[in-house]
Design a protein around this ligand. Structure first.
Ligand code: NAD
Ligand code: TYD
Length: 339
C-alpha cells in the first residue's frame, strides 16, 4: 500500500505520518509538501531515516509537479491535509487560500482521475457549517447541516469539499471527506490559540483573548483525529462525509485559564483584545455517524489532552522556539499590535 500524504510537514499531517508509519510498517508513506511558513522539516525528522518514508517538496497546485509524482509513485491512496489553515491570515490575505485550498485540491483530483486511485480523502473542517448560537446547546453539526461559511478560510475549504463531491458524482472518483473540530496536541503551529497561549504564558507575555473569550470550540486531540482518518480510508463508504469530534466543548476563556493553571502562571496575563471579524460563536460536532458506522470514538478527554499537550511543549521547546524566533515575530507584531 502506498499513500501520499499532502501537507505532512504541518501539524495534523505530521502526526498522521508518524502514526501510519508506526501502525503499518509495510506501507509506504510519501509526504508531498511545499513547506510554507507552517511546514516544518523538524516535525518529520523522527521519520526521515525510515526506508518506508519519502519526502517530496512540491506545491499541490503545481499541475506538472503533481502529475510527475503520480507517474513516478503510482499511489493507492491520497490523503489531502495540505492547506492554508489559519482563519486570521485568511482575513488578511484571502488569495493564497483560494489558490492552495481550492485550486490545489482541483489539481490533486485531476491527478487522481488521470492516473487512478483507490481512495482520495479530503481533510476538511467543521467550519464549513458556519457557527451555532451560544444559547442553543442542544444543537450540533451533523453531516446534513447546510454549508454556511463565515471566513475566506472556511469558504475555501467548503469550495474544495464541493469540488471533491463533484468528482465523485460526475467522474466516479472514490472519495471521502472528513470534517473535524479544532485539533490540539504536539507539533501545533504557535499562531493557533492553544500553542500561542502556552508559548506566551511561559514567556510571561500577555495572553490575547479575542472579544470576551465566550466563543466555544469543540477540542479534538490530534491522535484521535488521525485514528478516525485511518478508519475512514480503510473502512469508510465512498462518496460519504464523516464528522469527527468528541463533545469536548470549551469557551476560549476556559481553555486559556486551564493552560494558565497547568503552567502555574497568573490570570493577570489575560488581555482582552479586539475581536476577530466575522468570528464564529460556537462549533460543536455530532459524531454519531462515524461512531455507528466505523466504531470511532475519541479516547482523550480535554482535561487529559491539555496536560499531555502542555507537557509536550515543555519537553520540545527547541521545536517551537525555532519557529517563534523567525518570521513569526513580524507576523505577531502585525496581527496583535493593532488589536
Ligand atoms: P498546518 O497549517 O499546520 O499545515 C499545513 C501544511 O500544508 C504545511 O506543512 C504546509 O507547508 C502545507 N502546505 C500549504 N500549502 C501547500 C501547498 N500549496 N502545497 C503543498 N503543501 C502545502 O495545518 P493543519 O492544522 O495541520 O491542518 C491540516 C488540514 O486539516 C487542513 O486541510 C485544515 O484545513 C484541516 N483542519 C485543521 C484543523 C485544526 O484544528 N488544525 C481543524 C479542522 C480541519
Ligand atoms: P484558532 O486556534 O485560530 O482556531 P479557529 O479559528 O480555526 O477556531 O482560534 C481558536 C479560538 O481562539 C477562536 O475562537 C479564536 C480565538 N483566539 C483568541 O482568542 N486569541 C488568539 O490569539 C487566537 C489565535 C485565537
Amino acid at each position: 500500500m502506498k499513500i501520499i500524504v499532502t501537507g505532512g510537514a504541518g501539524f495534523i499531517g505530521g502526526n498522521f505520518v508518524h502514526m501510519m508509519l508506526e501502525k503499518y510498517p509495510d506501507y509506504s508513506i510519501i509526504c508531498l509538501d511545499n513547506l510554507t511558513y507552517a511546514g516544518n522539516m523538524e516535525t518529520l525528522s523522527p521519520v526521515m531515516d525510515n526506508p518506508k518514508f519519502k519526502f517530496i517538496k512540491a506545491d499541490i497546485a503545481d499541475r506538472a509537479a503533481v502529475y510527475k509524482i503520480f507517474e513516478d509513485e503510482k499511489p493507492d491512496i491520497l490523503v489531502n491535509f495540505a492547506a492554508e489553515s489559519h482563519v486570521d491570515r485568511s482575513i488578511e490575505d484571502p488569495g493564497i487560500f483560494i489558490q492552495t485550498n481550492v485550486v490545489g485540491t482541483g489539481v490533486l483530483l485531476d491527478a487522481c482521475r488521470k492516473y487512478g486511485i483507490t481512495r482520495y480523502h479530503q481533510v476538511s473542517t467543521d467550519e464549513v457549517y458556519g457557527d451555532l448560537p451560544l444559547d442553543r446547546p442542544d444543537l450540533f453539526f451533523t453531516e446534513d447541516t447546510p454549508l454556511h461559511t463565515s471566513s475566506p478560510y472556511s469558504s475555501s475549504k467548503a469550495g474544495a469539499d464541493l469540488l471533491v463531491m463533484s468528482y465523485h458524482r460526475t467522474f466516479g472518483l472514490p472519495v471521502t471527506i472528513s470534517r473535524c473540530s479544532n485539533n490540539y496536541g504536539p507539533y501545533h503551529f504557535p499562531e493557533k490559540l492553544i500553542p500561542l497561549i502556552i508559548a506566551n504564558a511561559l514567556a510571561e507575555k500577555q495572553l490575547p483573548v479575542y472579544g470576551k473569550g465566550e466563543n466555544v470550540r469543540d477540542w479534538l486531540y490530534v491522535e484521535d483525529h488521525c485514528h478516525a482518518i485511518d478508519l475512514i480510508i480503510h473502512n469508510g463508504r465512498v462518496g460519504e462525509v464523516y464528522n469527527i469530534g468528541g463533545h469536548n466543548e470549551r469557551t476560549n476563556l476556559q481553555v486559556v485559564k486551564t493552560i494558565i493553571k497547568e503552567l502555574g502562571k497568573s490570570e493577570d496575563l489575560i488581555t482582552y483584545v479586539t475581536d476577530r471579524l466575522g468570528h464564529d460563536m460556537r462549533y460543536a460536532i455530532d459524531p454519531t455517524k462515524i461512531h455507528d458506522e466505523l466504531g470511532w470514538e475519541p479516547t482523550t478527554l480535554f482535561d487529559e489532552g491539555i496536560k499531555k499537550t502542555v507537557k509536550w511543549y515543555l519537553e520540545n521547546k527547541s521545536w517551537w522556539e525555532n519557529i517563534i524566533s523567525g518570521e513569526y515575530q513580524s507576523y505577531y507584531k502585525k496581527m496583535y499590535s493593532d488589536r
